[in-house]
Design a protein around this ligand. Structure first.
Ligand SMILES: [Zn+2]
Length: 435
């Protein structure tokens, strides 16, 4: 397939190219300036073609929580938000609800140009096979790339914990393709005993399995670790195999950043979720100072990562009370370098550049720049302009077109939403009964 496009953001040394032709199969075959008389399959004027997005931390299972009635919901701490909402919701999830959540999350990710997700799952009533259901919908049916993990925890008792450990190990061993991968999922240090952690250390070290874990989102992890005479990152230390994803890190201490400094791990920021839960924001200055690799996720706060792209920049500037604290270089490093480095490393394929040999995971977005656009100021156009009206018209994964003219081509979206409403009603009823 050959596409001619007005603007091409390669995310490599070429930067922005004007009037270019991209030829691709599963991977990019060539990128070159358009020449008169060259025949192309499609011509996109007034459009930008660029790599599609990676969401480095999300929760597919939260998709059917939208509008859920919250009787007696009055959380005063982050822990109470978990107890009164999320732990109640995940206990109410059945196989049907997990499946419909995956359809909705997949559709909404794809519609916003997200083609790779790192999911963190919990459904204590349906643990065994839950990661397969997510993968079957997101990867096999919709066609995205997905890395899945089950949040192991002591909070749901011994039986669920055993099932979670087995589910993580089994899924990790069975999924080694460029489309689906497994992580060892852990909920958060404060819901994991020292005994459970030391059992898991042996399992993940044996196979060098990366973990995906929330750390210091609220103050609970720090308080719990201090009671144990430790710090959350110290407790997790031996678990952090290369490519592990540490999520949030809002209350990480300087000493913990020092411990992370020489590790090949990723710290996922989720600014919208942090602001919504009023837990504070992670310390970008300390992360930068210690060379900790930051990636961007959205914690299942919807599935359109563009809102978190904007929130990332704005929230970090506000936190530092300095407009220079977080600029477009930082935005590029996190969203357009690190998120793709993480995905390329985990899926063992080349992602994130429109360059020969890279996977043709791409998005085409309509955008008419009202001012000059160049390689140097592309990030400013992306942030101030493209994000403003972000609505991809085409999305490709591995060269396969999954979204055309703004509509998903691979499944019947209207039918999914009809089913999702029915499944949500039942889910909400079970949620209500768990009060
Ligand atoms: Zn999360």
């Amino acid at each position: 397939m050959k596409i001619r496009v007005k603007y091409l953001y390669t995310n490599s040394e070429d930067g922005l190219m004007e009037d270019a032709v991209v030829e691709f199969g599963e991977t990019i075959e060539s990128v070159r300036p358009y020449e008169e008389s060259e025949k192309v399959d499609e011509h996109f004027e007034h459009h930008v073609l660029m790599p599609s997005l990676v969401n480095a931390h999300t929760h597919v299972y939260s998709a059917l929580a939208r509008g859920i009635p919250l009787k007696s919901y009055n959380p005063r701490t982050f822990g109470e938000i978990l107890e009164q909402l999320w732990w109640r919701l995940d206990r109410a999830l059945t196989e049907d609800a997990v499946m419909m959540s995956a359809y909705v999350a997949g559709i909404e990710s794809l519609m916003s140009g997200v083609t790779t997700v790192f999911d963190h799952h919990s459904s204590p009533g349906f643990v065994r096979g839950s990661l397969d259901v997510l993968k079957q919908v997101l990867v096999d049916t919709i066609g995205m790339r997905g890395a899945f993990a089950y949040e192991t925890s002591d909070r749901d008792g011994e039986k669920v914990k055993r099932e979670a450990i087995e589910e993580n190990l089994r899924f990790y061993r069975e999924n080694r393709s460029s489309k689906s991968r497994g992580f060892f999922g852990l909920h958060a240090p404060f819901t994991l005993s020292d005994e459970t952690l030391s059992e898991i250390v042996k399992l993940v070290q044996k196979e060098n399995i990366p973990v995906h874990v929330h750390v210091s989102e609220g103050t609970e992890d720090l308080e719990d670790a201090r009671k144990k005479g430790s710090l959350p990152i110290k407790r997790l230390g031996p678990l952090l195999a290369p490519n592990s994803i540490i999520v949030h890190g809002v209350n990480l201490q300087r000493e913990e950043f020092e411990l992370l400094a020489n590790k090949e791990v990723w710290l996922a920021f989720n600014p919208q979720s942090n602001m919504n839960n009023a837990v504070g924001l992670p310390n970008w200055e300390l992360a930068k100072e210690h060379g900790v690799n930051v990636v961007l996720g959205n914690d299942g706060f919807g599935y359109n990562l563009i809102f978190d792209v904007r929130a990332l920049v704005l929230s970090q500037k506000l936190k530092a009370r300095a407009t220079t604290a977080f600029g477009f270089d930082e935005l590029k490093r996190i969203v357009f370098d690190n998120n793709y480095r993480l995905a390329s490393s985990v899926f063992e394929t080349k992602l994130g550049k429109i360059e020969k040999g890279h996977q043709a995971d791409m998005v085409v977005v309509e955008y008419v720049p009202p001012t000059p656009i160049t390689s140097e100021n592309f990030m400013a156009h992306f942030f101030f302009g493209m994000c403003e009206s972000w609505k991809p018209s085409r999305v490709f994964v591995g060269g396969k077109e999954l979204l055309r003219d703004g509509r998903i081509t691979v499944i019947d979206v209207e039918e999914v939403y009809r089913q999702a409403v029915k499944v949500s009603e039942k889910l909400w009823k079970r949620f209500d009964e768990l009060l």
